[in-house]
Every structure is written in structure tokens, then in C-alpha cells.
Design a protein around this ligand. Structure first.
Ligand code: HEM
Length: 309
């Protein structure tokens, strides 16, 4: 596939020699990795992210998070498109491989319905993030590098795990509806692509001062993301719990699990699910069925004993 001006070809066809260069501490990729370490740790430890990884995500919250991502990526990619002729952006411009706005449109249509454009709203925290991206796109385009790095490198790092967690916890179809955001169809090897992206970051001709500003902006990008997570958490606290398949509450083996509403609900669901195996498994857990099975087993043993005598 040929690349149009200001657009990289599919990364398989991109020059490879830059990737093999040894890294120096003054390389932008290294400065970004080191300079955002603390922010990364904070982001990993937010309640929203930790709960998500455990499969404790409510469908309504996932829908809102998808909406926030839709606004964020629409703004980011609008500004990357607008500035693709800027040398700082050109080297990192990979619309075919990375851009997420089109995938997110499909996801919001799945969650909000076909009239999603009339119902979806940009939250306060997402709007602040979007405003910052547009401001940079118009006044300091080279700082968009920080926002592209923070989101795309993060998505390529944890996307596959998060996709599976969301599919399982929210019972999303295995055919991919609702999780298009996590599917990078044009990136066959995420690790290799990240290497190329890092190499491209290091080819940017930037002063030390400019590199410092990009690292500072990347920390801001992390903070914008954490603000969105925090806002979602607050909303999540007001949404009633939904029964979930994953993230079983941990029982210590003591006490009676039948008194746990979650386990009780799971029993009911299994019977209602229509699967004979699940229904049988659930039924055998009930005390009245256990008693019947014990009586039945005792009758068989008694019959065999009588026959043998
Ligand atoms: C529990 C949540 C998270 C986990 C477990 C996680 C894990 C990781 C791991 C293992 C890497 C290294 C990948 C590699 O070097 O190939 C990575 C890189 C990265 N992550 Fe995360 N991450 C999480 C959340 C986030 C969030 C919320 C963001 C930003 C919004 C983010 C942004 C990044 C970025 C920018 C990188 C690239 C670092 C670099 O190599 O320069 N991560 N993450």
C-alpha cells in the first residue's frame, strides 16, 4: 500500500533500520517512559482500572467509558489529521494502524443504539481532555505527540487483556460487537509496532526544552485519563450492582454460601440459562435436591444389598 504525503505506509512496509538503534537516555522514548513512570503507576492503581481488570465493570459504566473514549479519540485524531504535515506529527502519523475513532463509532452505536448521536453526551472530565487536545492542535501541535504516545502505546500494551475481560464480564458477543476499540486489525505484532513507534519518537528533531515539554504534557495526559476514571467511579457508585460472571466474590470457606445473594442469583441464572449441564449443576447444589439424591442413592445401595444376600 502506498503512503500519501504525511502518512506512513502500513508498518510492515516501513523502514526497519531505525528500530535497531541502541537507545540513549536522551531519546524521547526513554524520557517518556522514565518521565511518566510515576503517573503510569498511579493510573494502574486507580479504582476504576483495578476493578476493570478484575472483571468488576458494570455494563452502564463500560458504555459511558466507551463514550468518553469516543470523544477523546475523535478530538485527537481530528488534530493529528489537521497537523499531519507538521514534522513532529508526520513521523508518528499511522491512521490505518492506530486510529480508533471509527472503531469507537461502532462501539457507541452498539451500546447507545443507532440514534447514538442524539443521546450520547460528553462528560465534564472528557470535555476538559478534549478541550486540551484541540487547544494543542491549534496552538502547539508538537505537544500532541504526548497525547498520541500516552493513548496508543497504552492501548497496544494492555488492549488484548482488557478486551477479554470486557467480553467475559459483560457477556459481549465473541464476534466483537462493543469491543472494536481494542482490535487493531492492521497491527499484526503489537510489540514490534511499539518498537517502531519508539524509534520514530527518537527521530524527531527536538531541543531538550521541547522534549521536556512533551514529557510534561504526557504526565498531563495521564492525569486527564485519571480524571475520567475518577468521574466514572463516582457515577459507578450510583449504579446498582449487576450480576457478573467473572470476579466471583471470594468466600473464605466458612459460613453458608447459600446466604450470599450473589451465589443464590447465580444458581437461579444457571437454571434459567437453558443449558442442561448448568441447570443440573445448579440443581444439585440445592438442599432439597441433595436430600433427594441421597435418598435415591441409599435406595440403590439397599436394592443391590438385598439382591446379593
Ligand atoms: C492496570 C492497568 C495497566 C497495566 C497493567 C499496564 C501495563 C503496561 C505494561 C506491562 C506496559 C509495558 C509494555 C511494553 O513495554 O511493551 C505498559 C506500557 C504503557 N502503558 Fe500501561 N498499563 C496499565 C494502564 C495504563 C493506562 C491507564 C495508561 C494511560 C492512559 C497506560 C499507558 C501506557 C503507556 C503510554 C505505555 C508505554 C510505556 C513505554 O514503553 O514508553 N497504561 N503498560
Amino acid at each position: 500500500m502506498s503512503a500519501t504525503p504525511g502518512e506512513n505506509g502500513l508498518y510492515g512496509a516501513a523502514p526497519r533500520e531505525q528500530e535497531d538503534q541502541p537507545l540513549r537516555p536522551t531519546d524521547l522514548s526513554e524520557l517518556l517512559k522514565e518521565g511518566t513512570k510515576e503517573s503510569h503507576e498511579k493510573a494502574e492503581n486507580t479504582k476504576f482500572v483495578k476493578d476493570f481488570l478484575k472483571g468488576r465493570i458494570k455494563r452502564e459504566l463500560f458504555k459511558l467509558a466507551t463514550g468518553a473514549l469516543y470523544y477523546t479519540y475523535s478530538a485527537l485524531e481530528e488534530e493529528l489529521d489537521r497537523n499531519k504535515g507538521n514534522p513532529a506529527i508526520t513521523a508518528l502519523y499511522f491512521p490505518q494502524e492506530l486510529h480508533r475513532a471509527e472503531a469507537l463509532k461502532k462501539d457507541v452505536a452498539y451500546f447507545y443504539g443507532e440514534d447514538w448521536e442524539d443521546t450520547i453526551q460528553c462528560s465534564e472530565a472528557a470535555q476538559a481532555y478534549v478541550d486540551r487536545i484541540h487547544h494543542l492542535g491549534r496552538h502547539k501541535p508538537e505537544l500532541l505527540v504526548a497525547h498520541a504516545y500516552t493513548r496508543y502505546m497504552g492501548d497496544l500494551s494492555g488492549g488484548q487483556v482488557l478486551k477479554k475481560v470486557a467480553q467475559r464480564a459483560l457477556h459481549l458477543p465473541s464476534t466483537g460487537e462493543g469491543i472494536q476499540f481494542y482490535l487493531f486489525d492492521n497491527v499484526t505484532n503489537a510489540q514490534q509496532f511499539k518498537q517502531l513507534y519508539r524509534a520514530r519518537l527518537n527521530t524527531l528533531e527536538l531541543s531538550d526544552e521541547a522534549k521536556k515539554s512533551i514529557v510534561e504534557e504526557a504526565n498531563k495526559a495521564f492525569q486527564f485519563n485519571m480524571n475520567v476514571f475518577e468521574e466514572l467511579d463516582k457515577i459507578g457508585a450510583t449504579i446498582p450492582d449487576e450480576p457478573q460472571e467473572d470476579g466471583l466474590p471470594v468466600h473464605d470457606g466458612k459460613g453458608d454460601t447459600r446466604k450470599c445473594p450473589y451465589y443464590a442469583a447465580k444458581g437461579e441464572c444457571a437454571v434459567a440459562s437453558g443449558c442442561p449441564l448448568h441447570a443440573a449443576m445448579a440443581l444439585t447444589g440445592r438442599p432439597e435436591v441433595k436430600a433427594m439424591l441421597a435418598a435415591f442413592a441409599a435406595a440403590i445401595v439397599a436394592t443391590i444389598a438385598w439382591y446379593l444376600m
